[in-house]
Design a protein around this ligand. Structure first.
Ligand code: FAD
Length: 441
């Protein structure tokens, strides 16, 4: 029997599984597919808007005082240590910042988007008063530098002056004879020093003194320092602009996190913070990707096992504790039927925030549907309508928890991170698991 089954491998599930393994718990991380990290920006957003622009996202979480909001359970200190945890885990070639500043980075449409922990390849995009030149690739249809530059010119630098931005185009062939390559094909090609050099050869003659050079975010997939080498060759500061999903920066983050979790299962030294001379810790955890959890068993107020659909016949996984990190509507974890009834699709847990008018006719207006989700206690245990934990050993994390408008607030990543850490920590600190071997209580 495992100590904990974590269901879902998005940011929340990966976070909870990693933290539990760092504390010596054996984990079965079961997920029907990869999570949403690579659909996002490859940054960690804590809080962008409330609806006013937030400058210090960590202190800003105190402004979400509504007790239905997931951040209600967290302090600024919790957020600061979560920011430090994920940044240190991912490494400073992938995430920078301490979370106390929202970087305002150009989007592919030329607006400015706040984020707490960007990738270092993005940081020079922050308006600073210097002129910006955006580079478009003729063979990449997902980035229109003229449009982005035009919109950027409508925005201002920190001193209030208009941003100066222009666009150039180059014809970089990343696959022989192909006129319309994808962002991922560009990124894979730009892992090669030869293609990096060719890019610089094409771009350099167009650059003016002092310009900061923005590229669509395809500057290497495996090579997270490609942007630095390109910057050195061009002798200009360089930044990446995230384009539409699947985003290359999101893929970098997802691959790094997933690899860390897998290697932590093989080699404890990779992520465990407690000694494991025997190799027991590592051998007891498993990552089951492609495992769709379709059912569960209970005994009194406890979940005892989950059922995973697999070829041939379903498999049962028993554990002492369970973390439900199955995301929101976008992951199929919440669903609405043709009668407008919203449900949690695995445990049929009670949902909060359900109203008669779930969808606002004003497309750009506040949509009550997006706030629907679980209500949880301090330990992240889903609550019923009387405020009692539905199951004593079931915790939730991430997009499944209601009360926030994650896209609008730019809070989805921070919520996934904080709730994933809290779900794991509360399992450990409650001494909930009396492990037979290797666990540290
Ligand atoms: C396109 C897009 C852009 C976004 N942009 C931003 C942004 O800019 N800023 C921001 O803060 N947030 C953004 N978000 C939201 C943010 O990504 C999410 O809030 C956050 O990542 C949720 O993480 P999660 O781990 O809870 O869920 P997910 O990442 O959705 O992961 C859920 C996981 O559960 C698995 N799963 C679901 N059901 C089952 C089951 N029955 N059995 C087994 N596994 C199951 C799925 O396969 C998946 O691995 C964006 C989301 C999307 C989709």
């Amino acid at each position: 029997m495992r100590d904990v089954v974590v269901i879902g491998a998005g940011l929340a599930g990966l976070t909870a599984a990693t933290r539990l393994m760092q504390q010596g718990k054996s984990v079965a991380l079961v997920s029907k597919g990869i999570g949403g990290i690579q659909l996002g920006q490859g940054t960690i957003d804590f809080l962008g808007y409330t609806p006013d622009l937030i400058h210090d996202p960590i202190e800003g979480i105190n402004q979400t005082v509504d007790d239905s909001h997931p951040y209600f359970h967290f302090s600024a200190d919790d957020a600061a240590s979560a920011a430090e945890w994920i940044r240190d885990l991912m490494g400073n070639d992938l995430l920078v910042g301490d979370g106390h500043k929202n970087y305002r980075l150009p989007t592919a449409l030329g607006s400015l988007r706040p984020t707490a922990l960007p990738q270092p390849s993005m940081v020079f995009g922050e308006p600073s008063g210097r002129k910006i030149v955006l580079v478009g690739f003729d063979r990449l249809k997902d980035f229109y530098p003229d449009l982005a530059a035009e919109n950027l010119r409508r925005q201002t630098n920190p001193d209030g002056t208009p941003i100066k931005a222009r666009a150039i185009h180059v014809d970089l062939e990343v696959r022989e004879g192909e006129v319309d390559s994808s962002a991922v094909q560009f990124a894979r090609a730009l892992d090669s020093p030869d293609v990096q050099e060719e890019l610089c050869r094409l771009v350099k003659p167009h650059l003016l003194d002092g310009e900061v050079v923005g590229f669509p975010a395809v500057l290497g997939l495996a090579d997270t320092n490609a942007w630095k080498r390109i910057s050195q060759r061009l002798d200009h500061d360089v930044f990446e602009v995230v384009i539409q999903p699947p985003s290359v920066p999101g893929m970098r983050l997802n691959e790094r996190f997933t690899r860390l979790v897998k290697s932590g299962m093989k080699d404890p030294g990779a992520i465990h913070s407690i000694p494991d001379e025997t190799g027991v810790l590592a051998s007891r955890s498993r990552f089951i990707l492609g495992g769709h959890v379709i059912g569960f068993d209970t005994d009194d107020d406890r979940v005892t096992s989950v059922t995973v659909a697999s070829a041939g016949h379903p498999t049962t996984i028993q554990a002492k504790e369970f973390v439900l990190a199955t995301g929101g509507f976008e992951a199929g974890s919440l669903a609405m039927d043709s009668h407008g009834t919203v449900s949690e699709t695995l445990f049929d847990l009670p949902l909060h925030g359900v109203t008669d008018e779930m969808i606002n006719g004003d497309y750009w207006g506040e949509q009550p549907l997006f706030r629907v989700g679980l209500k949880v206690d301090e330990q992240m245990r889903p609550l019923d309508t009387t405020g009692q934990a539905v199951y004593s050993n079931l915790r939730a994390a991430g997009g499944l928890i209601g009360g926030a408008n994650r896209w609008r607030e730019k809070s989805g990543d921070g919520i996934a991170l904080l709730t994933g850490l809290r779900a794991a920590d509360s399992i450990v600190s409650a001494g909930a698991i009396d492990s037979e071997e290797g666990s540290k209580k």
